[in-house]
Design a protein around this ligand. Structure first.
Ligand SMILES: O=C(O)c1ccccc1NCC(=O)[C@H](O)[C@H](O)COP(=O)(O)O
Length: 216
């Protein structure tokens, strides 16, 4: 069984990046979306990126960003993964994939079986689907869980990940229940919006790794 993939999202300081790396995260997420309390500028994201060791992948998150600023951000930050968290269309993902060596992830808001099924349209243009809860004040990072029962017996067309309302208290249950190969958390690891708590990051990674080891 492959190792559990763990993404810690919405990191905005060097200390929180170090905490995620130290705890064993496989992916760290940098949110470039001004309305988010976790927003980082392009220049700050590039500095944070430089701090991440090679064995940990850097995920840049954008929301419906135009092609020119996207190209500039990618050039400046050099992420390993681009996570599109808006209403981006498959055609845009195909173009990005054609023009870069990036891994492209598409976040999908899941509220019912139909929304889950519709995500299949990204089959040929995304490398991974990230299922998140639909609704909420922001496109992501709302601390809302989706109904995990929707994922039972779902035929996944791509590698995938589970996000939405995860934290140290429920990540083991999420892995046991859904078999998620990748888990992603943000607001559940904070002491206040936008401020990550290193102890919560460590507890989340430990619980996720232990749950995977028990499932093996
Ligand atoms: O985290 C944000 O503020 C954010 C803002 C805009 C788009 C996406 C955002 N986060 C994306 C993520 O991948 C989060 O980790 C995911 O939505 C889960 O968040 P949470 O429920 O808070 O764990």
């Amino acid at each position: 069984m492959p190792d559990q993939l763990i993404k810690i999202c919405g990191l905005s300081t060097g200390e929180s990046i170090d905490a995620a790396v130290e705890a064993g995260a496989t992916h760290v997420g940098l949110v470039h979306f001004e309305k988010s309390p976790r927003h980082v500028s392009i220049a700050d994201a590039a500095k944070l990126r430089a701090r991440v060791p090679d064995h940990v992948k850097v995920v840049l998150l954008t929301v419906n960003m135009e092609p020119k600023p996207t190209a500039e951000a990618l050039q400046e930050i050099q992420p390993d993964v681009l996570q599109l968290h808006g209403s981006e269309k498959p055609e845009w993902l195909s173009l990005l994939r054609e023009k870069s060596n990036l891994e492209i992830w598409k976040a999908v808001g899941v509220k019912d079986r139909a929304s889950l099924e519709r995500a299949a349209k990204f089959k040929d243009c995304a490398h991974r689907l990230l299922y998140d809860a639909a609704g909420g004040a922001l496109p992501g990072g709302n601390g809302l869980a989706l109904d995990w029962r929707l994922l039972l017996n779902h035929r996944h067309v791509l590698p995938w990940g589970l996000a939405g309302g995860l934290g140290p208290h429920n990540v083991a249950d999420a892995i046991r229940y859904t078999g998620a190969p990748l888990v992603d958390a943000s607001s559940g690891l904070e002491s206040e919006p936008g401020k990550k708590d290193p102890a919560k990051i460590a507890a989340f990674c430990k619980a996720a790794k232990e749950a995977r080891a028990k499932a093996a």
